[in-house]
Design a protein around this ligand. Structure first.
Ligand SMILES: C[S@@+](CC[C@H](N)C(=O)[O-])C[C@H]1O[C@@H](n2cnc3c(N)ncnc32)[C@H](O)[C@@H]1O
Length: 401
């Protein structure tokens, strides 16, 4: 017997919507929350997954300290959800190709159900296949790919660009998940800044995804040091007749940004990544996404802890250690600034050596800033590091030491 008496008939419209999305393989994600049961469970996330050519639903039970995953057939999944909703979980958020729906059950058992039809179909958040059948978030027919030399006049992939094509798709896959998770897909207008945009493959891809696939009114600004690339990219945008994308020449260091929802910096050199992260935090961006490169700032400061000296005497190890320490401190400083932060492999090493991604999304939950800054201080002390550049930009040296 549940603590809250929920008339099951009132859940029917939601369950019917869910069942038809599952039957049509249109489910992107279902999140059950407001758990009231005996376990230290926070949330249950359900996503489609393809296992051995079978479409299944993967349930991730998110506990306080760990996640547990179980896979169900569509029928089992629906039965399981019916048991849980209104008995243990009292809120649900449903994302399908056609709509987004919210259900909540009050303490008195009153059911509130709202749904919003999407005007543009939304691509699934993540590749549901475990069989390496990659779903592409963009198609080769997109005109910008031809302009940038990824495809030829027949819209066929140019073989030499296949790595770049994989990278673009992976980037959009990660980006689309973050856009959904932060709720930015519901925002009418979005402003994205791409620091160190270079030849702007990813800048154009992001603009195409936001405006084309999601149908949003997005303004995308690329900031780049090299004037020739800025001119080239602005010419490309003009040739494609795109309005919401432009490129500015400048150093990230001096860029004055306001009202930015998404800040990305992919392979921006050394402390340009710190400037970009700082800019993202300072402007209150919901998503900060960077793939750092050339970790020069920390390495000369690192004093080898005695026990690690036999390992770090090898230059390659010291370089790897400096990279890990630099990015770990960035992740901790992002969390201390109120961001959920993940560090993971962006594209596999066979495609590029610059393969790490730091993805930070603004969190509603409060992080223990004091504790995180203490962890930063301890790591710095262990390696004898005087100062991390992001820490300096955030002006929190006094808090840390
Ligand atoms: C390796 S490229 C990456 C280009 C693009 N983001 C990508 O991933 O394909 C790095 C770019 O960042 C630019 N860059 C480096 N430092 C910068 C700074 N401080 N301000 C603006 N752009 C910078 C470089 O000129 C270069 O075009």
């Amino acid at each position: 017997m549940s603590a809250i008496e929920t008339p099951s008939a009132e859940l029917e419209p939601f369950l019917a919507q869910l069942s038809s999305a599952i039957a049509a393989k249109q489910l992107h994600k279902l999140v059950l929350s407001k758990y009231q049961g005996p376990q230290p469970l926070k949330q249950l996330q359900i996503r489609p997954v393809e296992l051995k050519q079978q479409w299944q639903l993967s349930f991730t039970y998110k506990y306080q300290t760990n996640d547990v995953t179980r896979n169900f057939s569509p029928e089992q999944a629906i039965a399981e959800i019916k048991t849980l909703l209104g008995e243990q979980f009292y809120a649900a958020n449903l994302f399908t190709a056609a709509l987004e729906a919210q259900l909540s059950i009050s303490k008195k058992g009153k059911v509130l159900y709202q749904q919003k039809r999407l005007t543009a179909p939304v691509a699934p958040q993540q590749d549901s296949s475990h069989n390496r059948q990659k779903q592409r978030y963009l198609t080769l027919e997109r005109p910008f790919l031809q302009q940038l030399g990824v495809t030829d006049a027949q819209q066929q992939l140019i073989p030499a660009m296949s790595r770049k094509w994989k990278q673009i798709n992976k980037f959009i896959e990660i980006f689309s998940g973050a856009v959904q998770d932060t709720g930015l897909s519901k925002q009418k207008q979005l402003h994205v800044a791409d620091f160190g945009s270079g030849k702007a493959y990813l800048t154009f891809a992001m603009h195409d995804y936001l405006t084309g696939t999601l149908g949003l009114d997005a303004k995308v600004t690329g900031v780049e040091l090299r004037q020739n690339l800025v001119d080239l990219c602005n010419e490309t945008a003009a040739k494609l007749g795109l309005n919401g994308i432009d490129f500015e020449q400048g150093d990230v260091k001096h860029f004055k940004a306001r009202g930015i929802n998404v800040m990305i910096a992919l392979h921006a050199c050394d402390i340009a990544t710190d400037y970009a992260i700082h800019m993202g935090i300072a402007t209150g961006a919901d998503i900060i996404m960077c793939s750092p490169c050339c970790h020069k700032q920390i390495r000369p400061q690192m004093k080898m802890p005695a026990v690690l000296a036999p390992m770090l005497v090898h230059g390659i190890h010291l370089g790897q250690e400096a990279e890990m320490v630099t990015d770990s401190l960035r992740a901790l400083l992002l969390e201390a600034s109120g961001y959920n932060t993940k560090v993971f492999e962006f594209v596999s090493l066979e495609h590029t050596s610059k393969n790490k991604m730091i993805l930070a999304t603004k969190s509603k939950q409060k992080y223990n800033r004091e504790n995180l800054l203490k962890q930063v201080a301890e790591i710095k002390q262990f390696y004898g590091i005087e100062q991390h550049y992001l820490e300096r930009l955030l002006n929190i040296t006094d808090e840390i030491s």
